[in-house]
Design a binder for this molecule. Structure first.
Ligand SMILES: *[C@@H]1O[C@H](CO)[C@@H](O)[C@H](O)[C@H]1NC(C)=O
Ligand SMILES: *[C@@H]1O[C@H](CO)[C@@H](O)[C@H](O)[C@H]1NC(C)=O
Ligand SMILES: *[C@@H]1O[C@H](CO)[C@@H](O)[C@H](O)[C@H]1NC(C)=O
Ligand SMILES: *[C@@H]1O[C@H](CO)[C@@H](O)[C@H](O)[C@H]1NC(C)=O
Ligand SMILES: *[C@@H]1O[C@H](CO)[C@@H](O)[C@H](O)[C@H]1NC(C)=O
Length: 422
């Protein structure tokens, strides 16, 4: 399991220009959702599985991050993923190429350097062969990494160092994977849709946020805005606390799972549908002795996945309360779809999560119903089998909220009002 991390790239963040405040206390990165979600989502849905078993959970509809890497800077679109740690880009060893934006060209950068086996950083990444770097006579060998996601999608290459440029002014060095080989649907299939790598925002030491947030107050936040709007609204991934940030938020504590230390775990206490609490045994939400279970906040997964017993109760409650003509949901890859074409303003049941720390998430219906085709709405929640995975608060459920990851105080804050002011 040590080499299995999680990536459910369905939605991306677009940091199309990395801007930097004049006070140099934070970095602000514009975000744009990908534009291909509704057509491909239903067809490509898979359920997430725990890092202990190989399994997939990808679809499309991503948020891209636009990273400027190297000297002079090369622009790259990366999947922003709170469900994994490694920052990596597709690399090409090309010596004298026209820049096509499809890969990073280290030989076109004067600031690129490799890390080596003797570098302590090299111990932080998994290697293609376990003994790689163990051999004393090979200490000057470049540090090779091999990083796998939950569906066994893999990136391999050289663990490297580069400068990143924010708004042409602030320069920060990062360590990242220069990927020469990628395989698997999460990093090659349509769900990757034009991305050139992944911006890992997880809790591990090699993530983008761990490398940068420390310099900017150990906090980061983002708004994922409605993917259905056109033109897509601009939002931000912010590293550090912006000045004058007076938005009040609800906070819920972060839990740590020693089996999956990269994930941001939160605690669901209760779920209600139209203000009626579902009778879910609290043990359903717990992280068990083997590290299974729990609930993860993941910007790289579109849908929300709930542990099976909770999901069944949720589905039954929605079925009872929805008074709209049913549609063959399996055709869209869901369990519950309704035909809303004859109803101007269909009434959809209200979903609410009560979280630890007295925080309540009452998302708008658009965060848990998606329209795979015009006039059909499907419940965008999927089950996770007990003992084989964990629940996921996907990025659709996070839409329209400011989400703040406060690493020092080990908590996540959210607010419906935070996106408008940024
Ligand atoms: C490399 O690129 C330069 C300028 O783009 C060009 O003049 C030169 O002929 C190229 N060299 C090779 C070996 O392709
Ligand atoms: C260590 O490296 C040397 C030289 O590359 C090689 O001969 C030897 O087999 C390696 N040992 C192990 C355990 O990999
Ligand atoms: C980045 O790394 C380069 C080369 O190691 C070094 O010269 C430079 O000072 C570093 N910049 C920062 C901001 O740490
Ligand atoms: C912060 O707020 C004060 C007073 O409202 C304002 O004068 C100042 O320009 C603001 N600073 C920034 C960076 O927005
Ligand atoms: C939805 O209902 C309308 C009639 O109100 C019908 O024409 C349409 O085919 C239905 N759509 C689906 C997907 O069943």
């Amino acid at each position: 399991m040590s080499s299995h991390y999680c990536l459910f790239p369905l939605f991306f963040l677009t940091l199309s220009t990395l801007s930097h405040s004049s006070s140099s206390s934070y970095l602000k990165l514009p975000l744009l959702p990908g534009t291909t979600l509704p057509h491909t989502l239903a067809a490509s849905l898979r359920r997430p599985q725990s890092p202990l078993t190989s399994g997939a959970a990808t679809g499309s509809g991503q948020y891209f991050a636009d990273l400027r890497l190297g000297s002079p800077p090369q622009r790259l679109l990366l999947v922003a993923d709170t469900g994994s740690d490694l920052v990596w880009v597709k690399c090409s060893a090309c010596r004298n190429c026209s820049k096509t934006r499809s890969t990073f060209l280290p030989r076109h950068s004067s600031s690129f350097s490799l890390t080596h086996c003797y570098d302590s950083l090299c111990q932080l990444v998994p290697h293609p062969q376990p003994q790689h770097c163990n051999n004393r006579s090979r200490t000057h060998t470049p540090c090779h990494y091999q990083y796998s996601y939950a569906d066994s999608s893999t990136t391999r290459g050289l663990f490297s160092k580069e400068t990143t440029t924010f708004n042409t002014a602030t320069i920060t060095n990062i360590t990242f994977g220069c990927g020469f080989k990628t395989s698997g649907p999460s990093v090659t299939g349509s769900s990757f849709n034009g991305a050139q790598g992944v911006l890992g925002l997880g809790r591990g030491p090699i993530s983008f946020t761990s490398q940068l947030a420390r310099k900017f107050g150990n906090t980061f936040s983002y708004c994922l805005l409605d993917y259905t709007l056109s033109p897509p609204p601009k939002s931000y991934l912010t590293i550090g606390s912006p000045p004058n940030d007076t938005v009040s938020r609800s906070y819920t504590p972060l839990l740590t799972n020693p089996f999956s230390p990269s994930f941001y775990y939160i605690t669901i206490l209760r779920v209600s549908v139209d203000a009626v609490n579902l009778k879910i045994d609290p043990s359903v939400w717990r992280i068990d002795a083997n590290g299974n279970g729990g609930t993860v906040v993941d910007s790289g997964t579109t849908l929300t996945f709930l542990a099976e017993p909770a999901y069944r109760l949720l589905l039954a409650a929605f079925r009872r309360r929805l008074r709209l003509p049913a549609v063959d949901a399996a055709a869209f890859g869901f369990d519950l779809c309704v035909n809303v074409s004859a109803t101007a303003r269909p009434r959809l049941p209200r979903l609410r999560f009560r979280l630890a720390g007295k925080a309540v998430l009452s998302p708008p219906a658009g965060n848990y119903f998606i329209e795979p085709v015009e006039g059909v709405k499907c419940l965008a929640v999927q089950p996770v089998r007990p003992g084989s995975g964990f629940s996921v608060m996907g990025n659709l459920m996070q839409q329209g909220y400011l989400f703040e990851f406060d690493l020092d105080r080990s908590r996540i804050g959210f607010s419906r009002r935070g996106c408008a002011v940024r």
